[in-house]
Write a protein that binds this ligand. Structure first.
Ligand SMILES: Cc1cc2nc3c(=O)[nH]c(=O)nc-3n(C[C@H](O)[C@H](O)[C@H](O)COP(=O)(O)OP(=O)(O)OC[C@H]3O[C@@H](n4cnc5c(N)ncnc54)[C@H](O)[C@@H]3O)c2cc1C
Ligand SMILES: NC(=O)c1ccc[n+]([C@@H]2O[C@H](COP(=O)([O-])OP(=O)(O)OC[C@H]3O[C@@H](n4cnc5c(N)ncnc54)[C@H](OP(=O)(O)O)[C@@H]3O)[C@@H](O)[C@H]2O)c1
Ligand SMILES: C/C(=C\Cc1cc(O)c2ccccc2c1O)CCC[C@H](C)CCC[C@H](C)CCCC(C)C
Length: 397
């Protein structure tokens, strides 16, 4: 009698899920029948979020930073199912999708990432713009076009959160809008980029200052309205007029994950073993923003693309090992450093003993991300375009 094919179901096609699927498809399956690999995502395209800002400045195009799964998975044998995950039954080992279909699995990978919480202050859900997905970027682009077309004396932009996203957005938008913009970066803490290396923080401060971005430290957003934002500073509330509020604060786990009967932390992230398995459910792997993971040394790892990207290799390997009766490997995180865009010709980079800013960092960041794009085919297409398009633009000018 023939054995039924083993099914690996990967939920979420971001840094954790897509890169796990691609690595899994490349592993040697000679001694065991190749399993069915099914990747599920609500969107038709992967988003390389570190380069999402470049859509707003038109430095990059959608096809470059958000290639469709159909293109990325061609020839890999991975099946793609576009649908939102609506429920998971870990006892029956089934996944319900919003299109009413159901998948069963032998191994499950939870990689649904996080969502931007817009329920932290009154008015944010109705009036603030999040910045995480392609849809968010398009909505923001549309709002910017309306504001630019209205041609007011000044376009007043408030960006909530002076973490990485807030600072990068402020720099890119200041370069896009230029003299016409008035920017406020609102931060609850007493400094910007609290977790950054000193070099990157100082480079960011210099860039923000040169672009005239006003920074409100120790300031809490009390409420957001259609055309104003109320800020609390030293127990005093000040309401100021604004044309656009962008919300970059926080990451929450989707309810489809928080309702699961799996060990979770207070924020609803799934607690994993160092081998990236859910506690008491070795058939379930969790990685990326929805996982509360420790590495081989027992150290907590941050919720970043860099981590999810590295976890994907281990998840793929450990699934393969669990199906081929080999020992599983604990996740060994290698923090390589961090990079930040600081405008359309500026960036900062600290990593592997190197500190760079200005246009060198800009080029290094671009090259480092080119190398991290999924699939060699996509890297080649994008790399070729980056070489050729400046030449075409110069000729057509
Ligand atoms: C603007 C921005 C810039 C960033 N820049 C950097 C950076 O430079 N460096 C860095 O290290 N980190 C960066 N990050 C953080 C990084 O994006 C995340 O840590 C990383 O994407 C997490 O990977 P993940 O696989 O957990 O989730 P994601 O990459 O977010 O993937 C989750 C996937 O799940 C899908 N999904 C979600 N819910 C459902 C559902 N119910 N059904 C079906 N599919 C679903 C989504 O469509 C998505 O494709 C940035 C984040 C943002 C927002
Ligand atoms: N270039 C990069 O490497 C890059 C780019 C983007 C994102 N990321 C990663 O993605 C994750 C999310 O980063 P993020 O920058 O999008 O978001 P974030 O880390 O949540 O940063 C938000 C910032 O807002 C502050 N804040 C919190 N509550 C606030 C409030 N009510 N009002 C005003 N400010 C408030 C936070 O201060 P506290 O820190 O004091 O809470 C923090 O400085 C992080 O893990 C980050 O490393 C990395
Ligand atoms: C800091 C570096 C990598 C960490 C890293 C950061 C991210 O934001 C990621 C996001 C998504 C996936 C992965 C990552 C991630 O791994 C890069 C370090 C680079 C080195 C310092 C060396 C840079 C060398 C340049 C490519 C050379 C360019 C020279 C140019 C002519 C100036």
């Amino acid at each position: 009698m023939t054995q039924p094919t083993t099914k690996i179901c990967i939920l979420g096609g971001g840094f954790g899920g897509l890169y796990t699927a691609l690595r899994l498809s490349q592993l040697p399956w000679e001694s065991t029948p190749k399993p069915e690999i099914i990747l599920v995502d609500q969107s038709d395209r992967f988003v390389f979020s570190p380069l999402l800002y470049e859509l707003l400045t038109r430095e990059l195009q959608t096809w470059e930073i958000a290639p469709p799964y159909s293109e990325l998975l061609q020839g890999t044998g991975i099946q793609f199912h576009q649908a939102a995950v609506s429920a998971i039954d870990i006892n029956k080992k089934t996944v319900q999708l919003a299109d009413k279909s159901e998948l069963n699995y032998d191994r499950l990978v939870l990689a649904l990432g996080g969502e931007t919480p817009l329920d932290l202050v009154p008015g944010a859900a109705s009036h603030a713009y999040p910045f995480r997905t392609i849809t968010d970027a398009y909505r923001l682009e549309e709002r910017l076009r309306v504001l630019e077309a209205a041609n007011p004396e000044k376009i007043r932009v408030a960006i909530v959160g002076a973490g990485y996203s807030g600072v990068e957005l402020a720099c890119k938008l200041a370069d896009r809008i230029g003299e016409k913009g008035r920017f406020r970066l609102i931060e609850i803490g007493d400094q910007i980029l609290r977790t950054s290396p000193e070099f990157n923080r100082e480079a960011a401060k210099k860039a923000l200052d040169s672009k005239g971005v006003f920074i409100d430290l120790e300031t809490k957003v009390a409420a957001i309205d259609q055309d104003s934002i109320s800020l609390e500073y030293k127990n005093q509330i000040d309401t100021i007029p604004v044309d656009l509020v962008i919300w970059t604060v926080g990451t929450k786990v989707s309810p489809v994950v928080t309702v699961l009967p799996l060990k979770q932390n207070q924020r609803g992230q799934i607690t994993t073993t160092p081998t990236l398995q859910a506690i008491e459910h070795p058939e379930i792997f969790a990685l990326g923003d929805l996982a509360d993971s420790i590495d081989a040394e027992g150290k907590q790892v941050p919720a970043t693309a860099q981590v999810a990207f590295q976890q994907a290799d281990y998840t793929a390997w450990n699934i393969w090992a669990s199906l081929t009766h080999r020992p599983l490997l604990p996740f060994r995180y290698q923090p390589l450093g961090e990079m930040m865009a600081l405008g359309i010709d500026n960036a900062t980079l600290t990593g592997l003993g190197v500190q760079l800013d200005g246009s060198f960092a800009y080029v290094a960041r671009r090259l480092a991300y080119l190398y991290r794009l999924p699939t060699l085919n996509h890297q080649l297409k994008v790399g070729f375009n980056w070489l050729v398009s400046p030449i075409i633009e110069a000729i057509s000018r």
